[in-house]
Write a protein that binds this ligand. Structure first.
Ligand code: UGA
Length: 436
């Protein structure tokens, strides 16, 4: 099948490579010439395990191409829209500029019967609006949300835990769209992957409600951490105990500095904004609380550091481990780690930061921070070490080995990744979130 993928960021580049891996002939299109040049060389323009291998394999065979020229989309049966939908400047709603401009520039190159499959996360109602905009072009739109996680994106694309096809209301169009999507995903469907065939609104809502649920789960356990902090309870044990109940489950009950990234924070805000437009603000009013709990945890980490520095952060050396919003990613969008580092810098601390993958992206946003390539260089002479992104190399630190490097053995474990007893036994003062 000939496929185009419009937008080659964290979502589109992986989707294009995955579609080539599934056997299709794919062209990825993006307005950023630098990104396209890298992809054309078979290089991933961002950190995503497994993606470089996939790109190299399929760029080499010619099955996967990249271009800045939208005309290259002509001749594809299905066009996936994978552009970003960031938070609008100065507001909370989703900015759909890139989705609209992708459709506008794609339409002249579509043929009647082509299927445009939206993958971007959009407010409910967007597909209907775009269908009206497409008028009598003869192309058919469908919504096919993506559930990939950064760091696991290749696996999530090739073996997703479900597929969702949001089809247009007109039966002939629905048949056209479903047939094209079934063909595109045939090898995935052959693995008995659950498929939900539905309407536009449900497909759009599946995506935002899934992310809202995940964000709520994290903020729930972080709210319990706040209660644990005033009662002497331990939130890690609490999460383990409630997680044994299958109905609750253990995943996404990791209390700590909270969620960040390019999806969860902006998606819950955009959902709230959309619900307000729909006159149903009260239905998702709790998401404002989910957001507030999440942001409070960042300040809690900062407060721990101030406490460790006897209330005087000015001029003190603070080592921050991690900048990406989570491990296995170089993404610093709405990163709790970067936020914590910037807040501490704002208090006058001598903040030294490091990360295995995200230094360049962080530096582009916050050049004022003191970036260190090596772990040793970062922690040397520190009065407090803060673990904010739980990369494996930080999780497996030996407290006895780190001890001689620092000025004062104090650790703030903003991800509750360490065994407090082990660090204390090695001579450290340990502070976690919601832990004894
Ligand atoms: C999220 C969803 O998990 C994906 O299903 C979805 O497709 C994607 O957004 C998207 O909308 O594109 P992602 O942003 O890659 O994926 O990150 P997650 O793995 O969900 O982590 C989000 C944040 O929550 C991270 O900052 C992570 O550190 C934090 N987190 C996660 C916790 O604080 N505690 C946990 O227990 C789990």
């Amino acid at each position: 099948m000939r496929i185009s993928v419009i937008g080659c960021g964290y979502l589109g580049a992986v989707h294009a490579a995955a579609m080539a891996e599934l056997g299709h002939e794919v062209v990825g299109i993006d307005v950023d010439p630098g990104k396209i040049a890298a992809l054309t060389r078979g290089e991933a323009p961002f950190f995503e395990p497994g993606l470089p291998e996939l790109l190299q394999a399929h760029v080499a065979t010619g099955r996967l191409r990249f271009s800045t020229d939208m005309a290259e989309a002509a001749g594809s049966t299905i066009h996936f829209i994978a552009v970003g939908t960031p938070q609008v400047r100065g507001g909370t709603a989703a900015d759909l500029t890139f989705v609209d401009s992708a459709i506008d520039s794609l339409l002249p190159y579509t043929n009647p019967g082509d299927v445009i499959a939206g993958k971007s996360t959009v407010p409910v109602g967007t597909a209907t609006r775009l269908a009206e905009k497409m008028g009598d072009s003869g192309a058919v739109i469908a919504w096919n949300p993506e559930f990939l996680r950064e760091g696991w994106a290749v696996k999530d694309s090739l073996t997703p835990d479900r597929l969702v096809f949001g089809l247009p209301p007109e039966p002939t169009d629905a048949t056209t769209a479903e047939a094209a999507l079934r063909e595109a995903y045939a090898p995935v469907l052959a693995l008995d992957t659950p498929l939900i065939v539905t309407d536009f609104a449900t497909a759009e809502l599946v995506k935002v409600s899934a992310n809202a649920f995940l964000a709520t789960k994290i903020s729930f356990i972080n709210a319990m951490a706040e209660i644990a902090e005033v009662t002497g309870a331990d939130v890690v044990q609490l999460a383990e105990a409630i997680g044994h109940d299958d109905r609750i489950g253990k995943r996404f009950l990791g209390a700590g500095v909270g969620f960040g990234g390019g999806c969860l924070p902006k998606d819950i805000r955009a959902f709230t904004a959309r619900a307000e437009e729909l006159g149903r603000a009260e239905s998702v009013a709790f998401l404002k609380e989910v957001d507030a709990i999440n942001l409070r945890r960042r300040q809690r980490v900062v407060d721990h550091v101030i406490d460790a520095l006897d209330g005087e952060p000015h001029g003190k050396v603070v080592a921050v481990l991690g900048l990406a919003f989570k491990p296995h990613s170089d993404d610093v969008r709405d990163s709790p780690a970067l936020d914590v580092a910037v807040r501490l810098k704002g208090l006058g601390a001598d903040v030294r930061v490091t990360d295995p993958a995200a230094i360049e992206n962080a530096r582009a946003r916050h050049p004022q921070l003191d970036y260190r390539e090596s772990f040793e260089d970062t922690v040397t002479d520190a009065e407090v070490v803060v673990l904010v992104t739980e990369w494996d190399e930080y999780r497996h630190l030996d407290p006895a080995v780190v001890l001689p490097l620092v000025a004062r053995p104090q650790i703030v474990d903003a991800r509750n990744s360490y065994d407090p007893a082990r660090w204390r036994a090695a001579g450290w003062t340990y502070r976690g979130l919601g832990r004894r």
